[in-house]
Design a protein around this ligand. Structure first.
Ligand code: SOE
Length: 393
């Protein structure tokens, strides 16, 4: 295929902070490494402050800017809207974009409430009937080792799943002097560690096992209730001043749950695991084998094959960098390793391929809604003394 045969796909990105930068990198890089059927164009970047958005557009490679997201979805040169704003604006932007006939990629968690997520899933279903596609950005699904984990489960190498153990451990606000940010405000983020990083392990464990959670019992805690207001902000944290503001979300979430296939799950999401930077860990034990993953060693998947003779059985450390592994063949020679950003690139690849093929990509807004229902059930349970709480289907 020559480049003239690839129709353009005009992309409008809303938001240019940490996630906006990660998505920009993905839109820029995907067509250079993967043979995409459409040619993504970094058409327009939107943000409220003209100087800041102009500066970001230059740095991140966007051709033009808007200071009102509504202008982005009105533009004829935009085919797809990528929503990288805090959760409080996801529903309004995504629904308006879908109604305007634009495909949508929306950052996780899908929304701040189940009601918003329901409205988004409904809008996505209506749009899909008109050929307009939508996807929620649970990017860790696109880590090659996670793809391999899912394949091993689907191939029956783990047998019946008994235990699902998942942790998402960070420490970027373990210091009480770490300043406030939108991720610590309920109005903007919906919830704290629960929705920001707990949502990832809910999605990933359901994705790998092919099962969904049926009920949960949870605890939430806010260890530091007051923090300095920021005088400047960086990618995640920032610099605090002398004035303080109230933290209105959970710092940590711990919950257990049951899966449709009978497996027992334990989950922990915290930003107070001192020394753990992006410790997204999953261990699954089945009747025939086990697997373990830790994002801090993201090119590796550990697999224990229960069929091996006892004297040589043991966890095998699979370096997931062979061309046979998901996505890897498009990158570097075997063994040369991938990083955080590559999941975002793979997300773009899968989305563009689905749009070109006229297929609905996954995870869908309906999948995002289901995760939202799990998060809401954990909150309800925590508010009721950890009472067992069913997850509505
Ligand atoms: C902050 O906790 C954060 O940036 C999350 O918002 C992302 O989803 C995760 O990928 C890394 O950590």
């Amino acid at each position: 295929m020559t480049s003239v045969n690839r129709p353009p796909l005009g992309v409008g990105l809303i938001g240019y902070a940490f996630m906006g930068a990660a998505h920009s990198q993905a839109w820029r890089t995907a067509p250079h490494f993967f043979d995409l059927p459409l040619r993504p164009r970094l058409t327009v970047l939107a943000g409220r402050n003209q100087d800041a958005v102009t500066d970001a557009a230059e740095r991140l490679g966007w051709a033009s800017t808007e200071t009102d997201w509504r202008r982005v979805i009105q533009r004829d040169d935009v085919d797809l809207v990528d929503v990288c704003t805090p959760g409080d604006t996801h529903a309004e932007i995504a629904i308006a974009a879908l109604e305007a006939g634009k495909h949508v990629l929306c950052e996780k968690p899908l929304a701040n409430t189940v009601a918003e997520a329901e409205a988004m899933a409904e809008a996505a279903e209506k749009a899909a009937a008109r050929g307009v596609r939508s996807m929620v950005g649970f990017t860790y699904r696109r880590v090659p080792a996670i793809g391999l984990a899912r394949k091993l489960v689907a191939d029956g190498r783990l047998g019946d799943i008994r235990h699902v153990r998942a942790q998402y451990l960070q420490d970027w606000i373990a210091d009480p002097a770490a300043p406030m940010s939108w991720r610590l405000e309920k109005d903007k983020a919906g919830s704290g560690a629960l929705g920001d990083i707990g949502a990832h392990i809910v999605d990933l464990t359901q994705y790998i096992t092919g099962q969904t959670l049926t009920g949960v019992s949870g605890m939430l805690e806010t260890f530091v209730k007051e923090r300095p207001l920021p005088t400047s902000s960086g990618k995640l944290g920032g610099v605090g001043g002398s004035e303080t503001g109230a933290v209105t979300v959970d710092d940590a979430a711990v919950f257990m749950g049951r899966f449709t296939g009978g497996a027992l799950g334990t989950f922990e999401a915290t930003r107070f695991a001192l020394g753990r930077k992006n410790g997204l860990r999953i261990e699954i034990n089945g009747s025939a084998g086990s697997l373990a993953f830790d994002f801090e060693d993201m090119n590796v998947l550990q697999f224990f094959d229960g069929a091996e003779p006892a004297e040589i059985a043991g966890f095998r450390r699979i370096i997931v960098t062979e061309p046979e592994h998901p996505y890897v063949g498009a990158w570097w020679p075997a063994g040369h390793g991938l990083g955080y950003e590559h999941g975002f690139t793979h997300q773009v690849v899968d989305l563009v391929n689905a749009v070109a093929a006229g297929k609905d990509p996954t995870p869908s807004f309906a999948d995002g809604l289901q995760v939202q229902r799990v998060l809401a059930a954990v909150e309800r349970s925590a508010g009721a003394g950890s009472a067992w709480t069913e997850i509505p289907r």
